[in-house]
Design a protein around this ligand. Sequence first.
Ligand code: TMP
Length: 237
Amino acid sequence: MEKQVLLYEGKAKKVYATGDPHLLIVSYKDDATAFNGLKKGTIQGKGAINNRMSNLLMSRLEQQGVPTHLVKELNDRETLVKKVSIVPLEVIVRNIAAGSFSKRYGVEEGLVFDAPTLEFSYKNDDLGDPLLNDDHALALGLASREELDLIRKYSLSVNRLLREIWGACGITLVDFKVEFGRLEDGTIVLADEISPDTCRLWDSKTLEKLDKDRFRRDLGGVEAAYVQVMNRLTGGL
Ligand code: TMP
């Protein structure tokens, strides 16, 4: 399958049309941004790592009953995916307080929750992706009640499965963001990516941060953290 016209360029990926109207090619970039694009940089090798890692994780999730957009990895940076229309919600699942949760509610990073929390943000860069609840999402017509319920159910399954996968690699899944899309027939599938850009991953023993927070917070060793996470996932250590 060949790339055709560039349909969309986001902060970390490009999306191309293909000869098949139901399929797209996603190409992962090394570009990194944070704080709604205010901070910009490059994480050398990130595109190839995120492409491979997201595909490995999505194929495991698919095997466990979570439908995804994944069709086939084409090469280092490119993957064939089902064409979806993205539901404009960022779904964030948290197991441990960190990031915006800690800031908003004034709690220390590292507070372990008894049960996972799930929150929605309105995927809208101009508005700064504001937090919203189910009623707001319904009022704005972003998704139906049935879709919200399904998205919640899938997101909690993703959390349970990802915690198992990362746990087996000695990594604690602190939180993550996922996005869903609708196929032409309305079926909801997991879309976008799952990578250290979109998850907080801490070494289970040392609590060292092994994700994009190293870039967001200028902690150094960004590339090495991505490589380490990838190696641990593929049992390369
Ligand atoms: P937050 O604590 O900043 O709200 O982030 C929660 C999780 O969502 C964290 O794993 C990072 C991820 N995330 C994204 O993938 N994209 C974003 O634009 C933001 C703000 C967070």
